[in-house]
Design a protein around this ligand. Structure first.
Ligand SMILES: [Zn+2]
Length: 585
């Protein structure tokens, strides 16, 4: 299916600009010029950045058979060479021109290797002018890993795919990863933060609320919280975002209390990163090459290998920045929505800030001023347990709401979103619905946070996918058995028992799966066989204080011997923080 999107930005004819820059006569009739292409395949997507002389006014649509993306640049001339042949991209073959639909429009055709949903957006020039106007085309590679493997499994002659290629990324498969929320309690140690008229310190209210939010987040299946400080000590601002990054946080929320020189101002505010500050931060980061790859995560490694191209780095960084910023704003809005129900708001809209703790380009970050500690009434409130509870509940509700709407890929939240929904009809009960969808009652209860098995008519139930394993608690304590269904083509001389042997399954299982009523097979017949993968996903355990080998072994229901063997332990003593690989039995 084709789709058509239009960005109806009124075309701006910037005549004086053209005169000022002294362009050649031929291009002077067009407002815009396409100066260069930068194509950059990353592991997940291929990004094409077009440099233009002014803001792009464009439309685009996709075509299939063969798959193409067509981009029309309005009122644009081109000052670079075409076609561009692309190597090393799993989705993009080449970029070429095509005949213009109308005078003045430049039509680009992106020849694709498969059908995908591209994303196009413009980027404004950087403040220092390193970059001008850009049009970015993101071509996602899609979940190529298992799709390709799955099709090769069907076509390869009776050969199992080496299990390790699948097992490696099995957490993605199941989508059971936790969402990590970094909670930053402002100030601490020798830094008390603001001090209220009653002598209360900001650092003490921030840590109590932070701990309450952590407890609430930790109680939600599929989520976990980390604190950037756990007690009354000082952590510098860079270290705070570092802690969030090291823990692979999906979000950073910094908790503070406001202060003013007069006692009147009151209420809560939510701050988000400011763009202009962000842009200067980016420039600084780009200069620091070392830091860059750390900030860019996976993309950074490819960068480090492939080029020192500052253009590319800059683009990537500001893309990530604008992404986090946008996400931060969405989250801030959710937070305000919840907070205003329980506290007075000082500002009813997210406030743009340039605070150091908000400067992580890769993690959406917000800062919440929970109230004015300089206001005597709010100072008292802020130190009341019930008031702190209300704030903590509002914050965690907003966080959950935000991630329900924007679940990061590979997390339990994302699987839950992909899960089917069932509306309860009269006469239906839980075990019946469970049976219908081939899930357990327990899975249904966990997925829907049900405390009892009673249902009401019209209630919407989330049905966990069979392998989406929304009942994460079960996955955590037991070993999920990964299976894969392959197709076996019966060769001459093969019989059921032999095939069953080959795949280590039972004859009965093959018969059941293929609805066979007899044992007779014909040559060339295709059999579906669900096999168990030998390589289970690697589970890891971080040793906590007070844990010993036997305790960990019994928690995972594995033998101590296997634990020792897999981890090549020379003694049974463990250190706190040590990472153990958990074997499958
Ligand atoms: Zn503060």
């Amino acid at each position: 299916m084709n789709f058509f999107k239009c960005f109806g930005i009124k075309c701006q004819v910037v005549c004086c600009w053209v005169l000022l820059t002294g362009l050649m006569v031929s291009s002077a009739v067009y407002a815009n010029a396409l100066k260069s292409f930068r194509v950059w395949p990353s592991p997940d997507e291929t990004r094409v950045v077009m440099d233009l002389s002014s803001e792009a006014h464009f439309t685009y649509f996709t075509l299939s058979n063969p798959a193409r993306l067509v981009v029309d640049l309005k009122d644009t001339t081109i000052r670079t060479k075409l076609p561009v042949f692309v190597r090393k991209s799993p989705v993009l073959k080449k970029i070429r021109r095509s005949s213009a639909p109308e005078k003045g429009t430049y039509r680009l055709v992106f020849e694709l290797k498969k059908k995908i949903s591209p994303e196009l957006f413009t980027l404004a020039p950087t403040p220092k002018g390193e970059y001008g106007h850009r049009l970015v085309v993101d071509l996602p590679h899609g979940s190529t890993v298992h799709k390709q493997k799955a099709s090769s499994a069907n076509t390869s002659k009776n050969h199992l795919i080496p299990p390790k290629t699948i097992a490696r990324d099995v957490s993605q498969f199941y989508g059971t990863k936790d969402i990590v929320v970094a909670i930053d309690a402002g100030h601490g140690g020798e830094d008390p933060g603001s001090i209220g008229p009653g002598g209360h310190y900001e650092k003490n209210v921030t840590i109590s609320i932070a701990k309450k939010v952590k407890a609430l987040i930790d109680a939600i299946p599929g989520m976990k919280a980390v604190l950037t400080r756990r007690g009354d000590y000082f952590v510098n601002l860079n270290r705070r975002s570092e802690i969030a990054r090291k823990n692979k946080a999906h979000l950073l929320i910094s908790i503070h209390a406001d202060a003013f020189r007069t006692p009147q101002p009151r209420g809560a505010s939510v701050f988000v990163l400011n763009t202009r500050r962000a842009n200067t931060e980016i420039a600084k980061w780009v200069e620091d090459h070392e830091r860059q790859s750390e900030l860019l995560g996976g993309a950074g490694q490819v960068l480090a290998k492939n080029s020192n191209d500052k253009n590319v780095s800059q683009t990537l960084l500001d893309l990530q920045f604008s992404h986090s910023q946008k996400e931060g704003y969405t989250l801030a809005t959710d937070i305000i929505h919840q907070l205003r129900r329980v506290v007075h708001m000082h500002r009813s809209k997210p406030v743009n800030a340039s605070l150091a703790v908000l400067k992580s380009p890769d993690i959406p970050s917000v800062l919440v001023e929970t109230g004015f500690i300089s206001n005597p009434t709010e100072e008292k409130l802020l130190f009341q347990r019930t008031h702190q509870d209300k704030i903590a509940q509002a914050l965690s509700k907003a966080i959950v709401e935000y991630f329900n709407d924007n679940p990061p890929e590979g997390t339990l939240f994302a699987s839950r979103k992909k899960a089917k929904k069932h509306k309860v009809h009269s006469g239906e009960f839980l075990s019946l619905i469970a049976k219908k969808y081939g899930v357990s009652v327990k899975q249904l209860m966990v997925a829907n946070h049900l405390k009892s098995t009673s249902l009401r008519v019209g209630q919407i139930l989330v049905i966990p996918g069979n392998n989406a394993a929304v009942s994460l608690s079960a996955v955590k304590s037991q070993n999920p058995v990964e299976t894969r269904t392959i197709t076996h083509k019966v060769a001459r001389g093969e019989y059921l028992g032999r095939i069953a042997d080959k795949y280590k399954v039972s004859v009965a299982a093959i018969k059941r799966e293929n609805h066979l009523s007899s044992n007779t097979l014909r040559v060339g017949q295709r059999l579906k066989i669900t096999v168990t993968l030998k390589d289970k996903p690697v589970r890891k355990h971080k040793v906590h204080r007070g844990e010993y080998l036997g305790k960990i072994a019994s928690y995972y229901r594995v033998s101590i011997d296997n634990l020792r063997r897999v981890n090549q332990l020379k003694s049974d003593s463990l250190r706190v923080g040590q990472i153990l690989i958990i074997p499958n039995r």
